[in-house]
Ligand binder design. Structure first.
Ligand code: PLP
Length: 424
């Protein structure tokens, strides 16, 4: 079942017909590796893509398929591909566009795993990464040449909590006919990538979508009509020339959303980092309530950010919706009134920050985000430990910086916990 629903409705009903199969209200978990074809001819036709249908769970699975169809509608796009992790989703989205000898442009405020993927792993594949500042769009154009294949940024960056200036980034990409990719992990519902003309959105489902820290997964969604940009585009010859791994099939001649199709037929087939049916089912449960939860996370985070600014021992507070925050204008422009559960504050010195971490009773010391359970992190001594102090400073990380991912507990209890930790 599917229709022109609002995202909140699509999250609950899209891409599953309750009258099919046994009529179950909940989406069944099709925990299977493979599928009976019924006849030799059907088998051959499915492999030749003459007939669509299940082949093998590395390529498609009915439970994972509901998640993909549903997520595409929630995001307002044409199609989606679920992956084994957010990291795999980022990797697929890049190598679906770029090959050896080509380059990608990557925002400097970015998830650590994405940065090391770009700077080390895909570098070994011959893909070059050029770094720009997503709040200084004028840094982009000088980096573009005829080998540029993607412009990548995060809507709200993890961990630095900065918001990309999306409109000029997209305008530059459109001028040069380059695909834009947003990592929208921190801002599901809060930032609507396709309304702003972004081409591809990737998410780690391990954060707000599961919402309870229950599993690792990722997803890639493409906007409607992205084919227009890919077809006949000199930058993306591999969508327009024969793919000899499919007897010379030309993607551009197929009537499907091509970005996702190619990622599935080529990358999922050959690399295999796909979502498991049970994990997909967990993400479907999370997706049903995501829209309520993300607003509550955001409201509590804003209230705590405001409270922290009144605390004598706190030197500074970062939250995009605090008036005077360096991200405030972008938050007002790009976000739907909410800015997620991520915030950070600086207490000036390392020892004090550590004491806070050792004193919280509700906040857990975990390097995750987007859980219903509140989390406190000290970036300088954990996630960013390997960086020099200068590199840390470039990422906005100081020795006294404490990061919070605000969960769904009662606001009063969270404030009381922080208050006793600040004064411990
Ligand atoms: C966590 C995260 C990832 C990686 O996702 P995994 O599911 O942990 O592989 C990518 N991007 C962002 C912004 C993240 O927060």
């Amino acid at each position: 079942m599917s229709g022109k629903w609002k995202p909140e409705t699509a999250a609950i009903h899209a891409a599953y017909d309750k009258r099919s199969g046994e009529g179950t209200m909940a989406v069944p978990i099709y925990q299977t590796t493979a599928y009976e074809f019924g006849s030799a001819e059907t088998a051959a036709n499915r492999f030749a893509l003459k007939e669509l249908g299940n082949i093998y769970t590395r390529l498609n699975n009915p439970t994972v398929g509901v998640l993909e169809g549903r997520f595409a509608e929630v995001e307002g796009g044409a199609a989606a591909l679920a992956t084994s992790s957010g990291a795999a989703a980022v990797f697929y989205s890049i190598v679906n566009l770029a090959a050896a000898g080509e380059n990608i442009l990557l925002a400097n405020k970015i998830y650590g795993g994405t940065l090391s993927l770009a700077q080390y792993t895909i570098k070994r594949f011959g893909i070059e990464t050029r770094i720009y500042d997503p709040q200084k769009p004028e840094t982009i154009e000088p980096l573009i040449d005829d080998k540029t294949r993607a412009i990548i940024f995060e809507s709200i960056s993890n961990p630095s909590i900065d918001i990309a200036d999306v409109e000029p980034i997209v305008a530059i990409a459109k001028k040069h006919k380059i695909v834009t990719i947003v990592d929208n992990t921190v801002a599901p519902y809060l930032f609507r990538p396709f309304d702003w003309g972004v081409d591809v959105s990737v998410h780690s489902l391990s954060k707000y979508v599961t919402g309870q820290g229950l599993g690792i997964g990722g997803i890639i969604a493409e906007r409607n009509n992205l084919n227009e940009l890919l077809i006949g585009n000199e930058r993306y010859k591999h969508f327009n020339e024969p793919d000899y791994s499919y007897h010379g099939l030309v993607y551009a001649q197929l009537p499907f959303p091509l970005f996702t199709l190619r990622a599935r037929l080529s990358l999922a087939r050959d690399i295999g980092a796909i979502a498991q049916p049970f994990a997909a089912w967990l993400f479907l449960q999370g997706l049903e309530t995501l829209n309520l939860r993300i607003k509550r996370h955001s409201e509590s985070a804003l209230a705590i950010a405001k409270w922290l600014t009144t605390q004598k021992r706190v030197k500074s507070v970062n939250y995009p919706l605090l008036e005077g925050d360096k991200n405030y204008v972008y938050a007002k422009k790009y976000l739907e009134g909410y800015a997620s559960g991520l915030l950070s504050f600086d207490v000036g010195e390392l020892e004090f920050a550590k004491r806070i971490l050792n004193s919280t009773k509700i906040f857990s010391r975990v390097v995750n985000i987007g859980d219903s359970k509140s989390i406190v992190t000290h970036s300088a001594s954990t996630t960013h430990q390997q960086l020099t102090e200068k590199e840390q400073a470039d990422c906005g990380i100081t020795p006294g910086l404490v990061r919070l991912s605000i969960g769904l507990e009662a606001l009063e209890d969270l404030i009381a916990d922080l208050e006793q930790a600040l004064n411990a």
